[in-house]
Ligand binder design. Structure first.
Ligand code: ATP
Length: 240
């Protein structure tokens, strides 16, 4: 018997006015998995994550998280159930300190000592954040801001962490560091849904992947199958 999915998305449709950006996609994420959505710009990946977080309302379809329909819930209610989102473009607050940004991720929690433990854990994962905890977050480099966004999403102690383009604009070394951190979080039992432009990196660490093309899922498979799929290699891995 297969384990029930932690997240199950069925026939999801999302539109901006007349433009349908997500055209009836279905996929699921089992507990403990790393699942990636890859695809070119404009394929609908960010729209999908923003809908799962409750920031956009779908036109139709179902979203079940941990056995509960969440499609009609508010973003804060969705975070409270264990689904956290580290958004594209980071969205940190540049004038607030690094520590204040992290604490924002714990806005629903009241357990002071648990929160302090998790701030420390973010500093263990990303030592640069601890070294600069009292500095304005806007002074961090792009890669460091990405770490802060991930650390902040982790402050809600999510069951499932959604990461939108964590490697965007990063140097190869920073990118390796972020990918290693994703692996580490996964090994600690956090389920991950990862959007990436860097298909090679994402598929290398993913259990399952889905290739999105103009609002639909064109190909699905294990990360390894997709890495070796000829059409994926040609279209997304830069091979002739
Ligand atoms: P990227 O990697 O470039 O972010 P993506 O796969 O995440 O691409 P989306 O950002 O979800 O794609 O965009 C899907 C489609 O929806 C695109 O055609 C985009 O132009 C359109 N779109 C996105 N946001 C809006 C908006 N606020 N209003 C109107 N159209 C939008």
């Amino acid at each position: 018997m297969t384990a029930p999915a932690l997240l199950d998305v069925r026939d999801l449709r999302v539109a901006y006015g007349k433009i349908e950006a997500v055209k009836g996609i279905s996929f699921s994420v089992a507990a403990g998995e790393v699942v990636t959505l890859i695809g070119t710009n404009g394929a609908g990946k960010t729209t999908t994550l923003r809908t799962l977080s409750g920031l956009l309302k779908p036109r139709s379809g179902s979203i079940v998280f941990n056995g509960e329909p969440i499609r009609r819930l508010r973003p804060d209610e969705i975070v409270a159930r264990g689904l956290a989102h580290s958004p594209e473009g980071r969205h940190i607050f540049p004038r607030m300190t690094i520590e204040e940004n992290l604490l924002l991720g714990a806005f629903l929690r009241r357990d002071k000592s648990g929160i302090a433990d998790d701030v420390q854990r973010a500093y263990d994962l990303f030592p640069i954040l601890g070294e600069r905890r009292k500095q304005a977050a806007g002074t961090l480099s792009g890669g460091e801001q990405q770490m802060l966004a991930m650390g902040r999403a982790l402050m809600s102690r999510p069951k499932l962490l959604m990461l939108d383009e964590p490697s965007m604009g990063l140097s190869p070394i920073m990118m390796q560091k972020i990918m290693a951190t994703i692996r580490e979080l996964s090994s600690e039992g956090i389920t991950i849904l990862l959007i990436e432009q860097n298909a090679q990196a994402a598929l290398s660490l993913a259990d399952h992947g889905h290739v999105m093309e103009i609002g639909t899922i064109a190909i699905s498979g294990t990360g390894q199958d997709l890495l070796h799929d000829e059409s994926v290699r040609k279209a997304y891995l830069g091979e002739d």
